[in-house]
Design a protein around this ligand. Structure first.
Ligand SMILES: NC(=O)c1ccc[n+]([C@@H]2O[C@H](COP(=O)([O-])OP(=O)(O)OC[C@H]3O[C@@H](n4cnc5c(N)ncnc54)[C@H](OP(=O)(O)O)[C@@H]3O)[C@@H](O)[C@H]2O)c1
Length: 324
């Protein structure tokens, strides 16, 4: 099947997800209005899937951009696929709906298309709206994500979200959720870091066997925000082999890095707040990588996490110590 910007993959609950999504995380020094303007431009260019989260602190602006593009007739609400994420300070079952309602009111939409648990571990709520942040140490909590999931199922039943899923879950955690007694809905997706240096092939195969879609973040090598990423790690888009493949197709390394993940049947999130790069990134639908070039790129896998989230390493549900 030829991929186009309008290609959507089926989800296990009967809904569909656009194969390319706009990432909206930016470091705190970037004015929130930049993301708002970029989201408007992206929708004008044809992006329909917007990935956001409570913790990004920009749902008001991203929501405002979406509503502006609905109001001016560029799109209808049903054309847009908006993902929100439940931050771990809201994992206690009595807080899940509150967390979702906060996102709904900030974004200004009546429902979210997809709502996912941001991480498998929980953090103490501390009775405040504001989550634990980098100037305060993370306060671990021990809410079982299976009980959080039941509250998410209730949100879907209430019509507040179309689909529910998870993010940053390893196989063991997915298995535990899938084997939960009385499971009503399976997660539709697992959103994880995935790129030429972190192929996630075992996790993808497992998810496929359970009809769960993989959604890839940091496909371009991440935002390289010094608060989250070790800046001594190699710059993905400067990889010489990636560069050689890109030159062969007369494409940019970014287009090839994205195309590689798309061709593996994985939904790609890519963040750009630049009009030129938003346009360039749609070029992924104008070419196809040959099997031998897919293989070459596959060989670059070195299990490298740009975002290992080491701050959480002591939490019993830290996901990245397992093989996958
Ligand atoms: N679930 C999770 O835990 C999680 C974690 C991380 C990210 N995410 C989601 O995934 C999204 C994407 O991941 P990410 O933000 O880590 O980064 P990414 O998409 O891998 O990379 C973003 C960086 O690449 C640059 N860029 C974009 N297009 C480019 C091009 N054609 N050529 C060169 N550079 C280009 C961007 O700069 P410009 O803006 O200047 O173009 C930005 O600095 C996030 O925004 C967020 O929505 C989720």
């Amino acid at each position: 099947m030829a991929l186009t910007k309008d290609t959507r993959l089926p989800l296990n609950d009967g809904n569909t997800i656009p194969i390319l999504g706009l990432g909206t995380y930016a470091s705190p020094d970037v004015p929130k209005s930049t993301g708002e303007e970029a989201t408007k431009v992206a929708i004008e260019l044809g992006y329909r899937h917007i990935d956001c989260a409570y913790i990004y602190g920009n749902e008001v602006q991203i929501g405002s951009a979406i509503r502006a593009k609905i109001a001016d007739g560029t799109v209808k609400r049903e054309d847009i696929f908006y993902t929100g994420k439940l931050w771990p300070t809201f994992f206690s079952p009595d807080l899940v709906r509150k967390g979702l309602e906060k996102s709904l009111s900030d974004v200004g939409l009546e429902y979210l298309d997809l709502f996912i648990m941001h991480w498998p571990f929980s953090l103490k709520h501390e009775g405040a709206e504001k989550p634990a942040n980098s100037d305060k140490p993370f306060a671990y909590d021990d809410v079982d994500f299976c009980s959080t999931w039941e509250a998410l199922e209730a949100c879907k039943d209430a019509g507040l979200v179309k689909s529910i899923g998870v993010s940053n879950f390893n196989r063991r955690q997915l298995e535990r959720l899938l084997n939960k007694q009385g499971l009503k809905y399976k997660p539709v997706c697992n959103q994880v870091e995935c790129h030429i240096y972190l192929g996630q092939s075992k996790l993808q195969a497992y998810c496929k066997s359970k009809d769960i879609i993989l959604v890839a973040y940091s496909v371009l090598g991440s935002h390289r925000d010094k608060d989250w990423v070790d800046l001594s790690l190699p710059v993905l888009l400067e990889d010489p082999i990636l560069g050689e493949v890109a030159a062969k197709y007369n494409r940019t390394p970014a287009e090839v890095a994205m195309r590689f993940v798309l061709q593996k049947g994985i939904v790609v999130l890519a963040k750009s707040f630049s009009t030129a790069r938003l346009k360039q990134n749609l070029g992924v639908f104008d070419f196809e990588l040959k099997p031998e070039d897919m293989k070459t790129l596959e060989s670059l896998d070195k299990n490298l996490h740009y975002g290992p989230f080491k701050e959480m390493k002591q939490h019993p549900e830290y996901p990245f110590d397992d093989e996958y």
